[in-house]
Unconditional design. Sequence first.
Length: 327
Amino acid sequence: MDLRRVIIFLAFAVIILPSCAPSKAHLQVGFYKHTCPSAESIVKKEVMKALKHNPGMAAGLVRLHFHDAFVRGADASVLIDSTSNNKAEKDAPPNYQSLRGFEIIDAAKARLEAKCKGKVSCADVLAFAARDSVRFSMKINYAVPSGRRDGRVSLASEAASNLPSPSYNLTQLTQSFKCKGFSQEEMIILSGAHTIGLSHCSSFIERLYNFNSTINQDPSLDPTYAKRLKKQCPCGSTNSNNLVPMDPYSPTKSDSNYYKLILSNRGLFTSDQTLISTPESKTQVLLNAYVPMYFKLKFIDAFVKMGKIGVLTGNEGEIRVNCRVIN
């Protein structure tokens, strides 16, 4: 039996196993069914309106939820604006150039306040919007538990220290996700979010021109792909923040092509290409690449779990009236 058949066999063996992801007390599917029954549909309408105009915003909302959850947990702290006395998460170096979609959250929240004043948290709005974006790009439905409360603290310094860098190697990535309660397998699954969206040249340009003290170009990067990237990101150009598709073939579709690109040495970031640096991690990449439904189902499990990181519930935190400002 060849390797691809072994991978497919193992995938179906895993898919039928029940999920054992830990749950967080007080989060539940349909949390607003009595206090604001139309909450999820209101968010969905705003998200779909935005995605109809710009499908690429799906990646922005997914990224926004990820960057929120990895700093202080999924408490909408990434939505808070900076003040004269405090530099907030959204203005930290990992965020201020790459995050977008704030206006979509604002629009959904404004409609919710008009319909159900003070009932729906910004953290849940963000979780719903990210789910709707995944559903739009991946073409698969799933439920998201809610009941989150909003945090009152947002510090740029915490974003810089908690978010994984695109230059991380496999060991660094694995440790970063382990600190948030994820296995290496779940880290590789969540990395599949890079199947959609765009990146600034500045996030990977060192792989093209200044890899290390002895080599200019990253030897793990496919030469033909590197040549294409150099045309989009010229050396010494003032346009180092030009945007490049994460997946040049299907940038608005969540699919397993991301993993196939890595297998052909066309992962955009160091943190993408490093996923095949050990036999164990490469097996996971192969599994995701050649069994698309495995990737979709496992991604949903890991994404829902991510939305439960460090959540505030019950009487913790608050329900912000304006997602950008603490009450």
